[in-house]
Design a protein around this ligand. Structure first.
Ligand SMILES: Nc1ncnc2c1ncn2[C@@H]1O[C@H](COP(=O)(O)OP(=O)(O)OP(=O)(O)O)[C@@H](O)[C@H]1O
Length: 602
């Protein structure tokens, strides 16, 4: 089943893309097969063709209502229903594993709507192992040959908190960044695995193996450890749908989609070679920073439902936008900001683009650079026997972080970034699971009226009063003594009448805005705005927990999280953008600032 090594290497080494985007249309379940009539046409069709150079491309057509409309999206390759997981593995994953052993980080990220086959593809079941299990099997075999060992960590990301699932108490793990910018999950448990059975036991959550082997520092991991991360995200859901669906908390969907958007924004930025990659948008992307950036390879696997699914359609559109810097699928420019960043608010209104538009966009921007990839994602919290029995809300994503043969030995702190030198150590295996039960409680309180007297408001009011008094005590016109005016006029071509403030003749302001009353007012207002923002950030960087809680939009959890961030870095809030790290959106920030400014006049 495996391809020859030369063929495998070519597929990746010749690629200049940073992110490889592939699709997989899942097979039909028995129930689906029974319910489909013989003559029903598939809603997805795929056309394979030769792309630029020797690469192949697949165009995925989604037949939507009305029946005449067909939307096409271009992927690097799309695996059809008949194509087995084993084929995908040997074409896509196996070559990456070789690269992992050559020292490159690789991420495989599976995304898709509910029921699109992510779990089946990544995790599989005992009879039909998925990509992650096949990959682990190969990694174990390779590391054994090299005399290395593999260890596993398992964690979940809930409401931006990382919890250690291998510790029975599920403690919250701190995400720390050291002076070199290396992200560490402090104290995360690791379990050594020597066989695929042991891996299964850990991966599928068998309690015995967890309770007996979990220690943050495991002595037999001290010298020969291979590092793999697995990330499991929740499935994408169209926000409009979750609002109508009583079984799906809209907040949960919104929170999960936010993480997905943050991830896709990062991928988009990487893909477009942007200088600033927004890793700080979420804890997820901060954790993944080392796995996605640099020379890492990223394989994005989009899973598709074989039966019409609105979420799959929306998701295709979303994913195509995030990857358009490299591979052009159809893109909808109306849903993107100028920077190319995905605007979460626009996602519910996405409109797939026509095929012709897609193809023309592609021509314009199909040049890309180094690809990267990382891991695979399995679902983690349910019985292992049947993929369908696993977590129901999944999107996505597994991620194998690959180390290199020369990596520093693991310490009690899990170090994700492979370093380059001396020790014969690969790295660790992590699993990350995003909790579908997360809520947006705190963000919902952002605009609620708070009866307390926020200390920050008081401080801002004080600043405003000081500014007012300064303005009031500064006359707009100063009457100059006559002798001064006369002396000045005698030396200058410029003459002043006796009611004007002295001015320096050589200074000419380029715009009337600066000297008009309106201009002066605008300048002063922006100064006040700047002071207000600065004071607000100072406050977040220095206030006590109780003081923080007196602010609108900051509850107990968020205040606690701010204190955590301050432990990681003394001044975590340098701009209002940094508030996104505590789950406050740009829109909410704006609302808070407006409210604060309005409070000054109350
Ligand atoms: N290739 C396939 N052949 C047959 N059945 C499949 C295939 N892929 C997936 N299925 C079945 O389709 C259903 C949905 O798949 P799966 O649970 O993997 O989707 P998912 O994307 O992980 O769903 P969720 O987001 O709800 O977790 C399951 O019953 C699974 O067994």
């Amino acid at each position: 089943m495996a391809e020859p090594q030369s063929a495998r290497s070519n597929r990746f080494n010749n690629s200049s893309k940073k992110v490889r985007l592939i699709g997989k249309i899942r097979g039909l379940t028995v129930k689906e097969s029974e319910s489909l009539s013989q003559d029903s046409k598939p809603w997805i069709t795929v056309k394979h063709a030769q792309g630029d150079g020797s690469s192949e491309v697949s165009t995925v057509f989604l037949n939507t209502e009305p029946a005449s409309r067909r939307d096409g999206y271009e992927l690097d390759y799309c695996y059809e229903q008949r194509e087995e997981i084993g084929q995908m593995y040997s074409r896509e994953i196996q070559p990456l594993i070789s690269e992992v052993f050559d020292g490159r980080n690789v991420s495989v990220i599976a995304l898709g709507a509910r029921g699109s086959g992510k779990t089946y593809t990544i995790q599989g079941c005992r009879e039909k192992p998925g990509l992650a299990v096949l990959a682990m099997s190969e990694i174990l075999s390779e590391t054994e040959k090299l005399g290395k060992s593999v260890s596993v960590s398992l964690y979940e990301l809930t409401q931006e908190h990382v919890k250690d699932l291998l510790n029975p108490n599920h403690p919250v793990i701190q995400v720390l960044e050291d002076a070199q910018g290396v992200v560490n999950l402090k104290g995360l448990s690791k379990v050594s695995v020597k066989s695929i059975t042991e891996f299964h036991n850990v991966y599928f959550g068998q309690a015995n193996s967890r309770s007996t082997q979990t220690k943050p520092t495991d002595s037999h991991l001290s010298n020969s450890v291979f590092n793999v991360d697995a990330i499991f995200l929740l499935g994408y859901e169209d926000p409009r749908k979750s609002c109508r669906d009583e079984n799906t908390p809209a907040e949960s969907s919104c929170k999960n989609n936010k993480l997905l958007h943050a991830l896709l924004n990062v991928i988009s930025a990487i893909n477009s070679n942007e200088i600033r990659v927004p890793y700080r948008e979420s804890k997820l992307t901060r954790i993944l920073q080392d796995s996605l950036g640099g020379t890492s390879r990223v394989l994005l696997l989009t899973c598709l439902n074989p039966i019409f699914c609105q979420d799959s359609l929306s998701f295709m559109s979303l994913i195509s936008r995030s990857c358009r810097g490299t591979r052009q699928v159809l893109t909808d420019s109306t849903n993107r900001s100028q920077s190319g960043k995905i605007n979460p608010a626009s996602l519910s209104a996405k409109k797939p683009i026509s095929h012709s538009r897609l193809l023309s966009t592609k021509k314009a921007s199909s040049k890309s650079v180094n690809p990267k990839q990382d891991v695979l994602s399995p679902s983690v919290d349910k019985d292992l026997g049947d993929a369908s029995a696993t977590n129901s809300d999944s999107i996505v994503q597994i991620h194998f972080e690959a180390g290199t043969l020369q990596i520093t030995p693991p310490t009690p702190t899990h170090t994700k970034k492979p370093t380059n030198v001396d020790n014969n150590v690969l790295t660790v295996l992590l699993f990350l699971y995003l909790d579908s039960a997360s809520t947006c409680d705190e963000s919902n309180t952002l605009h609620k009226k708070n009866d307390g007297s926020p200390p920050l408001s008081e401080r801002i009011r004080e600043i405003a009063n000081n500014l007012k008094s300064i303005c009031a005590s500064t006359p707009s016109a100063v009457k100059m003594p006559e002798e001064v005016v006369a002396a000045y006029n005698s030396q200058s071509q410029v003459s002043y009448n006796d009611t004007t403030e002295p001015k320096t003749p050589i200074v000419e302001l380029s715009s009337a805005r600066y000297c008009s009353p309106r201009g002066t007012f605008t300048n002063r207002s922006s100064g006040v705005k700047h002071s207000l923002v600065k004071e607000y950030l100072n406050f977040l960087n220095s206030a006590t927990k109780e003081e923080l809680k007196s602010l609108k939009g900051i509850g107990d959890k968020r205040a606690g999280y701010i204190l955590e961030l301050r432990k990681e870095s003394p001044e975590p809030f340098k701009s209002l953008d940094d508030l996104q790290d505590i789950g406050v959106s740009a829109k909410q920030v704006k609302g808070m600032m407006k409210q604060m400014a309005a409070d000054l006049f109350n």
